[in-house]
Design a protein around this ligand. Structure first.
Ligand code: SAH
Length: 393
C-alpha cells in the first residue's frame, strides 16, 4: 500500500477509532503534496500511526473511509465488498423471483461511502456521490457483473446530479456495461416501470418497500389518498389490499404518467384508481373528509442543515392539512426522508400539527428504512427515512 498521507491533529483520531467513516477537514494537520480530489489516501494519527484508508475530497467531509486496515483498494476490494452486500440481501430473503428490485449498496451502510447501487431485475443503476467513487466507476461496474453468480448484466451509471458540482468531473449518464434490457421490475409481486434514464434518483424509491407492505394491510375498504405518489408505489399496494378507491397525486405530470402506466401493468382498467397532476397543498385545500387513509411522502424538505427550520415548518403545515381533512377513524402514513431532520424533530413537527387540529391522534407504528438500506452502527447519520402511522379520531 503506497498512498499519499493525511495526518490528523492531536486527539482527532477518536471518532475513527470508533469506526466512524468520515474525516472532517478541520481534523487535518497535514496533507501530502499533490493529493487531489478523489485520490486514495492513508490517514495517520498525530503520533504517525496508521488508522485508515479512504477517498479524499475537497469539502467539509475530507476523507470517506473505505477500510481501517492497511490494504490496497483494488479490484478485489470492490469485488469482495459488493459480493458481501449481495450475500446480506440474499440471506435475509430480499432477492426472489417476485422481488427483483432492491438496493445493493447503501453507502456507509455497506462500507462503501459515496456509493449507491440499486438493482432492477438484471440492471444495476450506479450513483457516485464522491469523486473517488466516480474514478472507481469502471472497476465497480466490472465487479458488479462478476458478483451474484452473474445476476447483473447491465450497469447504468447515473451521477450527473449526485457528484459535487465544484469538482467539475462532468460525468455522463450512460451504460458502462450492456444496455437496455427491460425496465420492468417486481417488488413484492407488483410490477413497476422504472425510468432510470429520465426518472428521479435511480428511477424508483426502493426504500418504501416495507412501509408499502404495511399499508396494504390497512387498506381494505378505505378511500386512499396517495400524496407525492411519484411512480405510484403505495397506490398499488392499497389496490391489492382491497381499497375502495385510490387517488394518486403528484405535481409532476411525468410522475402521473408513470403511475397510470403502472396501474395498467398491475390492474388494467381498474376503475378504483385516479391520478391527478397537481400541487399537494392545492389538492389538500380542495378536499373534504372523503379520505380515511392518507399517505404523505414528500421530497426532502431539508437537503442541508441550514434549511432545517424551514423544513420543519413545511412538515408542520403539510401534516396540519391532512389532520384537518382526514375522516374520523382515518389512518395517516406520514414520512420525512430529509437526512438533516432527525426522528425527534420530525415527530415534534407532526405533534404540533396534530395539536393545532385539536384531533385525538395516536401513534400506531414508527417506521424507518428497510433492511437493504442498512445503517452502519458507527454512522448514525445513515438513518434518514422516518415515518409515523397515526390513528386520527
Ligand atoms: N411516495 C413515492 C416517492 C415520493 S418522492 C414512492 O413511494 O415512490 C416525492 C415526489 O413528490 C416526487 O415525485 C415529486 O414530483 C413530488 N412533489 C414535489 N413537490 C410536490 C408538490 N408541491 N406537490 C405534489 N407533489 C410534489
Amino acid at each position: 500500500m503506497n498512498y499519499k498521507k493525511i495526518i490528523l491533529k492531536r486527539g482527532k483520531e477518536e471518532s475513527l477509532k470508533r469506526f466512524h467513516p468520515w474525516v472532517f477537514s478541520g481534523a487535518i494537520a497535514h496533507i501530502d503534496d499533490g493529493v487531489e480530489e478523489g485520490d486514495l489516501v492513508a490517514v495517520y494519527t498525530s503520533a504517525k500511526e496508521f488508522i485508515a484508508v479512504g477517498h479524499f475530497q475537497i469539502g467539509s467531509i475530507a476523507v470517506r473511509i473505505l477500510d481501517f486496515t492497511e490494504r490496497e483498494i483494488d479490484d478485489d476490494f470492490f469485488y469482495e465488498r459488493l459480493q458481501r452486500a449481495y450475500e446480506l440481501r440474499k440471506s435475509i430473503g430480499l432477492i426472489r423471483p417476485d422481488n427483483n428490485a432492491f438496493r445493493l449498496v447503501h453507502g456507509e451502510g455497506d462500507f462503501l461511502p459515496g456509493l449507491v447501487v440499486d438493482i432492477y431485475d438484471r440492471t444495476a443503476v450506479v450513483q457516485a456521490h464522491s469523486p473517488g467513487m466516480h474514478f472507481a466507476r469502471n472497476t465497480i461496474a466490472q465487479a458488479l457483473v462478476k458478483i451474484a453468480d452473474g445476476l447483473i448484466r447491465n450497469v447504468y451509471y447515473k451521477s450527473e446530479t449526485t457528484l459535487p458540482y465544484k469538482a467539475q468531473l462532468d460525468p455522463q449518464n450512460d451504460y458502462i456495461i450492456g444496455g437496455f434490457e427491460t425496465n420492468i421490475a417486481i417488488e413484492n409481486g407488483l410490477k413497476f416501470h422504472v425510468d432510470w434514464l429520465k426518472g428521479q434518483k435511480t428511477g424508483f424509491f426502493v426504500d418504501q418497500r416495507d412501509n408499502r407492505s404495511l399499508l396494504e394491510h390497512y387498506a381494505k375498504g378505505r378511500n386512499v389518498l396517495n400524496m407525492f405518489c411519484y411512480t405510484g408505489g403505495f397506490s398499488f399496494y392499497a389496490m391489492r389490499g382491497q381499497a375502495n378507491l385510490v387517488h394518486s397525486v403528484d405535481s409532476s405530470s411525468k410522475a402521473i404518467k408513470l403511475t397510470n402506466d403502472n396501474v395498467e401493468l398491475n390492474f388494467p382498467g381498474d376503475p378504483r384508481h385516479k391520478a391527478f397532476a397537481e400541487d399537494a397543498f392545492k389538492f389538500l385545500n380542495g378536499i373534504d373528509d372523503q379520505y380515511d387513509l392518507i399517505i404523505l411522502d414528500p421530497p426532502a424538505f431539508a437537503k442541508h442543515k441550514s434549511a432545517l427550520k424551514n423544513a420543519l415548518i413545511g412538515y408542520r403545515k403539510l401534516n396540519s392539512k391532512a389532520f384537518e381533512r382526514i375522516k374520523s377513524g382515518g389512518i395517516l402514513f406520514t414520512f420525512s426522508c430529509s437526512q438533516a431532520v432527525n426522528k425527534d424533530q420530525f415527530r415534534l413537527a407532526v405533534f404540533s400539527a396534530a395539536a393545532q387540529s385539536g384531533r385525538k391522534v395516536r401513534i400506531l407504528h414508527q417506521l424507518t428504512q428497510p433492511s437493504d438500506h442498512p445503517i452502519n452502527i458507527y454512522h448514525p447519520e445513515g438513518e434518514y427515512l422516518k415515518g409515523l402511522v397515526l390513528y386520527v379520531e
